[in-house]
Design a protein around this ligand. Structure first.
Ligand SMILES: *Cc1c(COP(=O)(O)O)cnc(C)c1O
Length: 380
């Protein structure tokens, strides 16, 4: 059996090595490292794949969110609603721009933005809502958009973990995650579902005017070289990463299917184990399983399971052990323990098991066997 990892990036690379090296070779041979033609090519292919008018490539997923919020030039102190149960990057950019992150709960079964709590947190100072499609399934975008439109708020989807997931509206229309709000951000961090071999990110939008602004901001605020109309940043996707992503995009649906197959096997087993709550997928979304995250019934057993598995050579991770509202960096917003009981409870009970595109049956058997062993259960 091959050693088990949370994500098998080497195994995945081996299967597309020739193609990748050929495409990297083209960039090297032409020395088109920055803004080479391959960046535009990848951009067009991703626009096509997502059925979205504009993809604006940038340096990483955190920049993508930051640049979106810069484009709107919200007044300092304006409130942006965001779940506390997310990766810190979502919150960080809000704070960095002098805006105020206003945290909300998630649903305990899907881990995504709790719409009732979100609605209750809207004030006259609210300017935007940032739903996060956590672990790979969509937040309830139709309801979020309806509320946002009625209150004249912008919606920015953090799609770093859910590229390729489909959202189905009540009228049957289907849209890709990140293409429903005013703008979406995504990340090409190597272990993300569409991962580069370094950092990378992109913004998605159907708004022409916004797209023009975003393209300017990622390029030092210039529309014409050396004429700077707004304060910008330097946030580029480099050509080598674009070449890699352009190859991998062709396989994204296969990669999602491979992840879903692993998840199904886990779900089938864990649905029979009373100590584990297998993840649920809402009926309006597909799940691309960036992470396979379960809740244990008992918080006390969580860290023990993590340790037990590590001793057997099975990695597992806690995404995330501390909610953002209790992070030291954000303590000046005055949140305290008990403010978000669902989120705090999740942080004490979630655990993520290995899931990736290269999982072999014997590896998954071994993982499952050891999880069951911990709970003193046998397979079947
Ligand atoms: C990975 C991630 C980001 C940040 O992406 P980077 O490319 O690492 O900057 C933002 N939000 C979420 C939810 C993420 O998982």
């Amino acid at each position: 059996m091959k050693p088990i990892q949370m994500a098998d990036l080497i195994g995945q690379y081996q299967k597309i090595k020739d193609e990748i090296q050929q495409e990297i070779g083209k960039v090297l041979d032409t020395a088109t490292f920055i803004n080479g033609p391959i960046v535009k090519e990848f951009q067009a292919h991703l626009e096509d794949y997502l059925s979205v008018k504009h993809v604006i490539p940038c340096a990483n997923g955190t920049d993508a969110l930051q640049v979106i919020m810069m484009a709107y030039a919200f007044k300092p102190g304006a409130e942006v609603i965001v779940p506390s149960f997310t990766y810190v990057a979502t919150v960080e950019v809000i704070a960095l721009l002098g805006l105020k992150p206003v945290f909300v709960e998630v649903y305990p079964d899907t881990f995504n933005m709790n719409i009732e709590d979100m609605e209750s947190k809207i004030t006259d100072n609210t300017v935007a809502i940032v739903p996060v499609h956590l672990y790979g399934q969509c937040a309830d975008m139709e309801r979020i958009m309806k509320i946002a439109k009625a209150r004249n708020l912008k919606v920015f989807e953090d799609t770093a973990q859910a590229i390729g997931a489909d959202y189905t509206f009540s009228d049957g229309a289907v849209a890709k995650a990140g293409t429903i709000g005013d703008a979406g951000s995504t990340s090409f961090f190597p272990s993300k579902n569409l991962g580069a071999y370094g950092d990378g990110g992109a913004i998605t939008t159907n708004d022409d005017e916004l797209a023009a602004k975003l393209r300017m901001i990622v390029n030092h605020g210039q529309s014409e070289r050396y004429y700077h109309d707004s304060i910008g940043v330097n946030s580029r996707l480099d050509s080598i990463q674009a070449a890699i992503l352009n190859v991998k995009l062709k396989y994204l649906d296969d990669y999602s299917a491979a992840r879903q197959k692993v998840a199904k096997r886990y779900n089938d087993v864990f649905s029979t184990v009373s100590e584990i709550d297998a993840p649920l997928t809402a009926d309006f979304t597909t799940h691309v399983y960036h992470q396979y995250t379960v809740k244990l019934k008992s918080a006390e057993k969580r860290d023990a399971l993590n340790k037990f598995l590590a001793e057997k050579g099975v990695p597992s991770m806690i995404y995330y052990p501390v909610p953002n509202h209790l992070q030291k960096a954000y303590s000046y917003y005055g949140y305290k323990e008990g403010d978000f009981p669902i989120t705090e409870d999740l942080c004490s009970r979630v655990i993520s098991f290995p899931i990736h595109t290269e999982m072999e049956a014997d590896q998954q058997d071994f993982i499952i066997e050891n999880i069951l062993k911990f709970f003193e259960k046998n397979l079947g």
